[in-house]
Design a protein around this ligand. Structure first.
Ligand code: PLP
Length: 364
């Protein structure tokens, strides 16, 4: 042995592939590959970020007190039971790290969020993939995967990359059927895009149940992806366990200040939700009108649409064609979706442009 040997389970991780921001030719393009907010971020968040330029030599508040209090006040939660992370990605890793280890099982759905598998493998746990039901989460399939080795279940709702949604009744049914020793993680990265009546009840479960963690992010509707701030809500015991392995100063001063301001900018959030709903509907109709060319949009409640290519033109051909025409979308062969493109709902101009480019490519 003439060099350090990584743990075998680490080498089984397929590295995360982020959405691209430049085309093959390096030409500037519309980035519709990472589900970012096309309207930017709230002016108040930008102002707060700028104001944080002072004291660069100081560590941030390790307890993120002001941020937790702002989140608690906004959502009616106990600040003491809020954990925060370098993006909600970190919170997902903390959940796996605190509750799963070598030989344990971590369940998530086929076509689930890519980070779940990495989080499971990182701690030596065995990823268990529950079959989907036409791209959506199937609660019975998840329950069928539960064994006495199951420690954590990750569900994104709405799910990424499919955009599908699991109802409150189904989430409650899943939770009720689980052993109390299994941690149910409800990843609500896109929940602010839902209509009020579509609330999946995750926060209500996390308020009262001993085995539910809800995660949220400032990266999506709040438009602060650059600052990497996510958070989670669960029982004091779960939060306490996760804090033990959290990096001590994991959220920057500017990020904390911008996030607090973003929470208060309710007009911006409302405008973003309305914009998304309008153009998501419009874009889905456009895809439906290309149904004779084998295109199909999976019904989405998020800020993106998974388009399936089931006709003569392949997703790969469309991906490259869109790139040539100045639109970067997400092709996901590594996630079992060589026949799909995930397309973020951009500005009005971007949505119209990418639809026209697709029509040009498929000849619809
Ligand atoms: C984007 C996303 C996240 C988290 O992003 P962060 O930027 O790390 O907060 C988490 N879960 C899902 C399903 C996502 O799509």
């Amino acid at each position: 042995m003439n060099a350090p040997v990584p743990k075998p389970w680490i080498m089984e991780i397929a590295p995360y592939v982020p959405g691209r921001s430049t085309t093959d030719s390096g030409k500037k393009a519309a980035k519709l590959s990472s589900n970012e907010n096309p309207l930017g971020t709230a002016e108040a968040a930008r102002t707060a970020f700028d104001a944080a330029r002072v004291d660069l030599e100081r560590y941030p508040d390790a307890g993120a007190t002001a941020l937790r209090e702002a989140i608690g006040a906004h959502y009616g939660l106990d600040p003491a039971r809020i954990i925060y992370g370098t993006g909600s990605d970190e919170v997902l890793h903390l959940a796996a790290g605190a509750y799963a280890g070598p030989g344990d099982e971590v369940i998530f759905v086929h076509y689930g969020f890519a980070v779940y598998e990495i989080a499971a493998r990182r701690v030596g746990a065995v990823p268990v993939i529950a079959p989907d039901q036409d791209y959506a989460t199937d609660v019975d399939a998840i329950l069928a995967c539960v064994t006495e080795k199951t420690r954590v279940i990750f569900i994104a709702n709405p799910n990424n990359p499919t955009g599908t949604f699991t109802s409150r009744a189904e989430i409650v049914r899943l939770h009720a059927a689980l052993p109390k020793s299994v941690l149910l993680v409800l990843d609500q990265a896109y929940s602010e895009y839902l209509d009020a009546e579509d609330d999946d009840g995750g926060l209500d479960l996390a308020r009262t149940e001993s085995n539910v963690l809800v995660t949220r992010t400032f990266s999506k509707i709040f438009g602060l992806a650059a600052e990497r701030i996510g958070w989670g809500y669960a029982s004091a015991e779960i939060i306490g366990a996760m804090h033990r392995i959290r990096a001590p100063f994991n959220v920057t001063i500017a990020g904390q200040m911008a996030a607090i301001a973003a929470l208060g900018a309710t007009d911006f959030v409302e405008q973003s939700r309305t914009h998304n709903k309008q153009w998501r509907g419009w874009f889905a109709d456009q895809i439906a009108s290309m149904g004779n060319k084998g295109l199909r949009a999976v019904a989405s409640k998020a800020n993106f649409i998974l388009v399936l290519f089931e006709g003569d033109v392949s997703a790969e051909t469309a991906y490259k064609g869109l790139m040539d025409r100045g639109y970067i979308v997400r092709w996901l062969p590594g996630q079992g979706l060589p026949h799909g493109l995930r397309i973020t709902i951009g500005t009005a101009e971007e949505a119209q442009g990418v639809a026209a480019a697709l029509r040009d490519i498929v000849g619809g």
